[in-house]
Design a protein around this ligand. Structure first.
Ligand code: XLS
Ligand code: NI
Ligand code: NI
Length: 438
């Protein structure tokens, strides 16, 4: 076994040093115990490190091989899985964050067959539980990877072959039970290949029915084992498929409504998926709250110059503040948090780069939180919104929404006396208010 301190190369616990610090390995805004709007910063942000990008990906891209050369990637089987686990928890401890998140295949020894999968996954659960116990780091969510193995090339639940559906169901059952056993607070379903590459070979009606069936099975099992957290669907419009069925929050809402699963299923919204769908992140968050299905956030960003899920660390203060405004004013996360589904660039090959990404990312969120809190405390933003819709609380507004028929409304207008006066939407002023605090 290698010595993990070699990998971390002298990097110790990351602490808060304040905005004036020029220490690249210190927090400048993330001060976890600082109270903002009556809640500790850590309780607002609930940051989580993702296992896959940070400890599994070796830096390969479609044009070239891995660049990272991580020591545990030289090992194989269970030895690799256990070395990776030790590194991962060494990283979590140094960051001092409360959460992590994983897919079954991220944490276990690689498996070819389903029988091997069952054995290998089961074998890593005790070591994970021991590390969680030792460090106090908790599981934000678990999930099953039912998209990487070649058997899932034509989908998992939506596969034309029912045997593949059955394999995915097995993985989801095991990952849900593992999440429950490890005290996970949510369970995520990202339908990576639940979509199509061409309609020429796809029966979409059938596939949607299969997808609904898998979701209903997962909900049923969640109740059976007493898992209290929500299931979270992670919307994404495409990539790797041409079209993914859960393309954005409003689409997912419609699907859940049709299946009558709104009690148990919410969304895990990812910044880069929002932008791939042609939506802004604050749009997705606002829609999730409006429909009562806001669950959790995968924090990252794309690059406007290309169209992929580049999963960079989310660093744009204006964008973050706009999103944070909606999260904070609706009361924040319940079981969710900010999971860093973000990865360093392929040229960022050192352990220090992993720290820079996570430190900068959580600092950007902390800054966004402070800005959003300042905007809300100053009050003119909320006052403007309340005034803008105030008439809906009056006699006419209530009558329109709750009592009147179309006929009665028309007669009231026909009788005269209804004469709307246009009022400015004040967008530029509101943008100035935002900018004042960012
Ligand atoms: C991929 C997704 C994936 C999910 C978990 O684009 O973001 O990483 O978060 O399966
Ligand atoms: Ni994600
Ligand atoms: Ni993604």
């Amino acid at each position: 076994m290698f010595d993990i301190t070699d990998f971390f190369d002298g990097i110790g616990k990351i602490t808060y040093e304040g905005p004036a610090s020029d220490n690249p390995l210190a927090y400048r805004f993330y001060d976890k115990d600082r109270v903002v709007l009556g809640k500790r910063m850590e309780d607002h942000l609930r940051p989580s490190v993702c296992y896959w990008h940070t400890f599994c990906w070796d830096g390969f891209d479609v044009f070239g091989a891995g660049t990272f050369n991580r020591p545990w990637q030289q090992l194989e089987g269970q030895a690799m899985a256990e070395a990776k686990l030790e590194i991962a928890f060494g990283f979590f401890e140094r960051l001092g964050w409360p959460y992590f998140a994983f897919h079954d295949v991220d944490v276990m020894a690689p498996a070819e067959t389903m029988v091997e999968h069952t054995e290998n996954f089961a074998r890593i659960l005790d070591p994970i539980a021991a590390q969680m116990q030792r460090t106090g780091v908790k599981l934000l969510w678990g999930t099953a990877n039912v998209f990487s193995h070649p058997r899932y090339m034509s989908g998992a639940a939506t596969n034309p072959d029912p045997e593949v559906f059955a394999c995915a169901a097995m993985q989801i059952k095991q990952a849900l039970e593992a999440t429950h056993r490890l005290g996970g607070e949510n369970y995520v379903l990202w339908g990576g290949r639940e979509g199509y590459d061409t309609l020429l070979n796809t029966d979409t009606g059938r596939e949607l029915e299969q997808l609904g069936r898998m979701l209903a099975l997962a909900v049923e099992h969640k109740h059976k084992i007493g898992f209290k957290g929500p299931l979270l669907i992670e919307p994404k419009p495409h990539e790797p498929t041409k079209h993914q069925y859960d393309r954005d929050t409003q689409t997912v809402y419609g699907f859940l409504k049709r299946l009558d699963l709104l009690e148990d299923v919410k969304v895990n919204i990812e910044t880069n998926h929002a932008t791939l769908a042609g939506n802004a992140m604050d749009h997705e968050i606002a829609m999730a709250f409006a429909h009562g299905i806001f669950g959790s956030v995968d924090a990252n960003r794309g690059d406007p110059q290309n169209g992929w899920d580049t999963d960079q660390f989310w660093m744009d203060p204006l964008d973050i503040t706009r999103s944070m405004l909606h999260i904070v004013k609706h009361g924040g996360f319940d079981t969710g948090g900010f999971n860093f589904d973000s990865k360093v660039r392929r040229q960022s090959i050192d352990a220090a780069d992993l720290f820079h990404g996570h430190i900068g990312g959580v600092d950007a969120l902390a800054r966004g939180l402070l800005s959003a809190a300042a905007i809300l405390e100053e009050g003119s933003y909320e006052r403007f919104l309340n005034d803008r819709y105030a008439d809906w609380e009056g006699e006419l507004g209530k009558w329109l929404l709750q009592e009147a028929s179309l006929e009665e409304i028309a007669s009231r207008v026909e009788a005269g006396g209804i004469d709307p006066k246009p009022r400015s939407g004040r967008q530029e002023w509101l943008e100035n208010v935002l900018n004042r605090f960012v």
